[in-house]
Design a protein around this ligand. Sequence first.
Ligand code: 1GP
Length: 250
Amino acid sequence: NQYLYTQLLEKKQKGQKSFAVLIDPDKVNPLAVEQLVKLSVDAGVDYFFVGGSLVISNRLDEVVQQLKASCDIPVILFPGSPSQISKYADGLLYLSLISGRNPELLIGQHVISAPFVKQSGLEIISTGYMVVDGGAPTTVSYISNATPLPSDKNEIAMCTAMAGEMLGMKVIYMDAGSGAKRAISESMIQAVAQQIEAPLIIGGGITDPEKAYRNCKAGADVIVIGNAIEKNATLIKEMAAAIHSVPVKA
Ligand code: 1GP
């Protein structure tokens, strides 16, 4: 089952940009999920990403089931650890932290959870995950116990993404970390986008629609926004409009 990946690839070929709303199961109650769904459906959000570096509550299944029951927007898991898996989702970003040198997050945890992940029946999307320095330590940079990629070293980002793609990773996700002070620069996005065929997901610290738009113009295929929406859910509409206003290829 490669439905989500095929769709991401087709959209990339057309130059069609996607907007993913990130939901941290720890930070929402059923009413908040209901509101997010309504705003997201109205705005034409493309994906829900569900996960967080830390999932303290035990509400992952519940949140995913509520999303699935209330709309058709695909739900993709973005797990902070192998325990964050729900069979009710559509797909799983199977992350290997290729920007870091922590063997546990490159391959160790994958080995331990492989049978369980396979059994889930989820679409597994092999993802080269690159954490870029967001100006101050973020939860992901701390928890991963790995040095984030320096934010001004475009060539390191480029070579890391190229290596990930040649190793067979299907998508590349560059993340400044949730709530990052400084989002990833457009010049880094452009440097990476020019070198890879794989869909490029960008997130971390994006708070305004203009930045989301510029990221897409620089080569991002999917923009992920969590924090800014947690603070103000009505931002979904403006973000979706900005991301979807990027002209598609002729
Ligand atoms: C974090 O890329 C996501 O992993 C989204 O970041 O919460 O800062 O939007 P924000």
